[in-house]
Design a protein around this ligand. Structure first.
Ligand code: FAD
Length: 293
């Protein structure tokens, strides 16, 4: 369930329980799974934005070979934490959604055959902007929209536009700081988690502010490029569809890559050293944990 970009993947990340006799975090292995083999069925799921960025993936008698284990047998939790930390700081740095970038990696989407220039602004192969595009641009788009429909005179709208600007600047500086530190071998514990939390906050503010600026037009959404064109003509708001798309998409990012609550828990427990949540998970063999049979 929820496999972002599964429909265009050559390889999947498969976390499988390989030892039920040890506590649950210790008995998982991380495999690179060949997605082009019999027994892998990918079913795209349509989201309320109208796009299908993620999928259900059914795995029936498929094979993951021993030489495809990454990071050693039963060490998958550590590897997963590394890939999750990478995903979180990437999202916080404006990466948006795992499947939302301009160019799609892998052989399925066919982007490897194209030139890099095709994916930059104005390139001939550029796809219609998705929610990912709006992530970094919301401040500019919303300011232009508010100017165009007169909402810019509303002091509460101005205040929230400035708040959005400040949050975006802080996120940008956090990202630069992390990059500078990484280049000298340093790190700030928890910065990736904070970056992801701040992205969720920026998105929620962009959604609420965007819908206020759009007013009743915010209830209209375009599900195809054709509808988008007609909506923009009817409302005379060229960016209306981008705003409603962002508003419908905003619920996702504070869930994927670990929910906001989980980021808070990680910061509390691993960075601030607060007491861990009470649990027997860490000492009891996985097979002895209470669960649905
Ligand atoms: C758009 C989208 C794309 C996704 N793409 C992928 C993908 O590509 N690959 C992948 O593996 N997964 C993907 N996911 C799944 C995602 O990682 C999980 O949905 C997410 O980690 C939350 O887990 P869950 O759904 O099991 O929620 P649960 O863990 O059941 O959480 C339910 C609620 O309880 C809260 N909660 C849970 N535990 C605690 C706790 N200890 N303390 C406080 N609150 C808690 C949560 O914050 C949440 O509000 C995607 C999800 C979405 C929405």
């Amino acid at each position: 369930m929820w496999t972002s970009a599964g429909q265009v993947a050559d390889l999947g990340m498969l976390l499988a329980r390989t030892d039920p006799d040890v506590p649950k975090h210790q008995g998982i292995s991380y495999f690179a799974l060949d997605m082009h083999q019999p027994g892998i069925e990918v079913r795209p799921l349509k989201e309320m934005t109208g796009r299908a960025l993620f999928n259900e993936v059914f795995i029936t008698d498929a094979r993951a070979t021993a030489d495809a284990v990454i990071g050693g047998l039963n060490n998958g939790w550590a590897v997963a934490n590394t890939t999750l930390a990478y995903e979180r700081s990437g999202l916080g740095a404006g990466g948006g959604s795992a499947a939302g970038g301009a160019a799609t990696p892998g052989t399925v989407a066919g982007d490897l055959e194209r030139r890099a220039g095709d994916f930059v602004r104005g390139g001939s192969q550029r796809r219609p902007a998705g929610p990912g595009a709006m992530l970094g641009a919301s401040e500019k788009v919303l300011t232009e929209l508010a100017r165009a429909n007169g909402m810019i005179a509303d002091p509460t709208v101005r205040q929230d536009l400035v708040r959005l600007h400040v949050l975006n600047q802080i996120a940008r500086f956090m990202n630069l700081r992390q990059k500078a530190l990484r280049s000298t071998g340093g790190d700030i514990p928890g910065l990736g988690n904070m970056a992801k939390l701040s992205m969720s906050e920026i998105l929620r503010l962009s959604r609420d502010l965007g819908l206020r600026i759009l007013g009743p037009y915010g209830t209209l959404h375009a599900y195809s490029p054709d509808e988008r064109k007609r909506l923009e003509e009817a409302t005379r708001m060229p960016m209306a569809a981008m705003v409603t798309e962002l508003a419908l998409f905003t619920q996702g990012p504070s869930i994927y890559g670990g929910t906001d609550e989980i980021q808070h828990n990680i910061l509390g427990e691993r960075v601030l050293g607060l007491p861990k949540e009470p649990s027997n998970d860490r000492s009891t063999p996985f097979k002895d944990l209470a669960r649905n049979r």
